[in-house]
Design a protein. Sequence first.
Length: 352
Amino acid sequence: MFPYCDFSGVDFLEADFYFSSFGESWGFYYCRFYQLAEFSRSLFRGRFSFSSSVFGSTASFHRASFEKTVSFGEVIFKDNVTFNGAYFSQNADFAGETFHRIPDFSSVGLPDTLDFRNVKFDFPQGYYLNGEKLNFSRSRLRAPTQQKCAILISGTDVGQLLLPYDRFQLVLDSKATYEEIVSTYETIISNCKNAGLLESVEGWDIEYRKLQMRHDHDWVGPAINWFNGWWWNFGYDRGLILWRWLPCFFCCFLLINYLFIPTLWNKMYQDPELGIVFRKNKTKEPIRPPVKHGLQRFLFTVFYTAVIYFGFKLRHESVNYKHGILMAYLYFMYGVGTIHMAFAFSYILSAY
């Protein structure tokens, strides 16, 4: 164990700290590692820093554990580096980092904050990427109760990052322009789409749309966002319109109509052909709604509501335009139903 140590400015031909334990160390400032730098399975108990060091060959932090803040700021990795299975407890600073190879962050335990500002990807000539990204898709939160990892990415080429939505929260520079923010989101969404991370595509896209709506519609934006989420989850769950909101609205109108059916019939709208089953004789005289509460009144109200809500032969010439409130109520019911039917047909057609 190294309780208190300062390796500032030390040149290492080869550094083997496999399975080492570091206490309240000062760190490896301005060090140069010429060959293998091995820190696999090491435990860093205190605040630690590798700031401004240069790793000339392979560096391994496989399953290393950082219990407090760690800094790799301004570090240069000239060859492969792996943080596979590493555990970050608090904040991890990689600001100003330079990678000459795509680093391995698979199965990494994410910190509360990951500073990836101004990270450079300086690949040597002839280095074949084959579309490879700095992939966080197999990263993990330290505990189910942990909030998303806040990642700062201003000044970094986000085209090299693959960020799953359920584990990351973007923190952008307050000075970033709207166009820069838009470009960042579009690139992240494109990366997730190409990698087949469809849930992340949905999450980032919804967040992106909310941002656009707030920008384009100012104070009305949050209200529009609320409605889009409530109505159909920004188009990602269109079935909500059919399986939740259509019956919900219909039942609400049905309840209102059941309570006030005599008034609605006499003062709002009379359908001359409504429900032949309710005719007591074979005449073509318009029927009258049952007044008493019960099954007959309920069934009549169902037909009455359906005729208006679903637009089944709604006769506009039979509308009583003298009562403005009732007329507005009728066309509101008719409009909501028409919208639902339009989405229903669209939803059915899109399935084929």
